[in-house]
Ligand binder design. Structure first.
Ligand code: ADP
Ligand code: ASP
Ligand code: MG
Length: 400
């Protein structure tokens, strides 16, 4: 008998009607003879609403208490979905993350799964129960609730598929697959039939919200094939997997990330060790640095600019001000966006960068920073130009 893991995102369970439709998809699969484990996110905008409510009470609330609050969204969903499945006449049981055996580290708000103790899950599946599991949450070694970071239910689903050795992992959402760009924003975006782990990982990390990047990282590690598909149309979706002979497209997708800030350290001493000291201070604060640019030294000084995510900007600036007397001038700009193209074919075909820069020039968009890897090129531009840039680059590489 096949074991299928299905995950439904918040948009797929935004109201009662949607819970009933999801229950039907799950029940049909179960009645077709499969064992089914379902991971579900909080309904609609619940997580955003909870964040707003917390901010009204205490904008500096501890991360532990934030996690106690945020896990309630998914708790609501598992109960409602289990009720809807009961109505379909199928045996079902809902489980919170900890009941399903999700053990995590103690990094509240961005916890990593250490282990899934799947005994309870397996026992329920052996009884031919449908199991509905709360996504995005687990328990740490102090028996405290933890969450995995925004979009973390995707990771719950892939981890569950790995732990249960499932035959399929299906991620249902409000679009019918992974597209060459966000289909809600970019004209002529095309659905991809398949995409490699590495390409999907880059797209997800660089802003394509459709899958959480940690879920893709985990899928690659455990060789779990993911299908991304619509919870409404039932049409075949996109397969995320490793296929030896998959055609290497020059550009598989275009994406943007507006959640970034640029910090510039102006006229820092041009001496050995300064970069080491700056970036190790940031690492100690668990701040991830992305693009780094350093100017040529002049008059014994140089400038260092780098990007980080917006939520870390204030901490980064304060940390650097407190730690380095010798850095007098620190600028922070968060009115910027990173626009990227991703494609495995770039490794072997020259010219992708020139073509991307031409698309930006066509729109008179100024490039502030550039970074490349084997399969991606990213540029930093004004936030206000981001949508225009994505459309222009998409037209250039992937237009009809
Ligand atoms: P869920 O609630 O199911 O987790 P998300 O909102 O997290 O759904 O992700 C789905 C959304 O991702 C889509 O509505 C779409 O606007 C956005 N998106 C961004 N980039 C892409 C892309 N390349 N392909 C498909 N969807 C994308
Ligand atoms: N509910 C969480 C969020 O909105 C987790 C998820 O949807 O994957 O980020
Ligand atoms: Mg999501």
């Amino acid at each position: 008998m096949s074991l299928i893991v299905k995950k439904f995102g918040g948009s797929s369970v935004a109201d009662a009607g949607k819970f009933l439709s999801v229950a039907k998809i799950v029940a049909d699969c179960y009645r077709g003879g499969c064992d089914v484990a379902v991971v579900v996110s909080a309904p609609g905008d619940t997580t955003d609403d909870l964040l707003e409510r917390a901010a009204e009470v205490n904008p500096k609330a501890s991360r532990r208490e934030m996690d106690v609050l945020l896990t309630t969204g998914e708790q609501m969903s598992i109960a409602l979905l289990a009720m809807a499945i009961e109505k379909e006449g199928c045996p079902v049981i809902s489980l919170l993350g900890w009941q399903a055996g999700f053990q995590t580290d103690s990094n509240y708000g961005a916890a990593r799964i250490k282990k899934i103790d799947a005994d309870r899950l397996r026992a329920e599946l052996d009884k031919r129960n449908i199991v509905v599991v709360a996504g995005f949450q687990g328990l740490n070694k102090y028996d405290d609730l933890t969450t995995f970071g925004r979009g973390g239910s995707d990771t719950s689903a892939v981890a569950l598929a790995a732990a249960l050795n499932a035959d399929r992992c299906q991620i249902y959402t409000d679009v019918d697959g992974v597209y060459t760009a966000d289909p809600r924003k970019v004209k002529n975006a095309k659905k991809l039939d398949e995409i490699t782990y590495d390409e999907m990982l880059e797209l997800a990390t660089l802003g394509a919200q459709v899958l959480n990047n940690r879920s893709v990282e985990m899928a690659k590690k455990y060789n779990i094939e993911i299908e991304v598909l619509s919870s409404v149309t039932g049409a075949p979706g996109t397969l995320v997997r490793e296929v030896a002979n998959m055609e290497k497209m020059l550009v598989r997708g275009v994406t943007k990330d507006v959640n970034c800030a640029r910090i510039t350290l102006i006229e820092v001493p041009d001496v050995p060790g300064i970069a080491f000291k700056v970036f190790s201070r940031l690492a100690a604060k668990k701040i991830n640095v992305d693009i780094i640019l350093q100017s040529i030294g002049r008059n014994n000084t140089k400038d260092i600019a780098f990007t980080i995510s917006k939520e870390n900007a204030e901490t980064a600036v304060n940390t650097l001000k407190e730690s380095f007397e010798e850095i007098k001038n620190i600028k922070c700009d968060d009115n910027i966006a990173k626009v990227s193209v991703v494609g495995a074919g770039m490794e072997t075909h020259p010219g992708a960068a020139a073509k991307m820069f031409e698309a930006l020039y066509d729109q008179n968009i100024n490039i502030q920073m550039i970074s490349t890897s084997e399969i991606k090129i990213s540029v930093l531009i004004d936030a206000g130009d981001a949508d225009k840039a994505v459309q222009s680059i998409h037209d250039k590489f992937l237009g009809d």
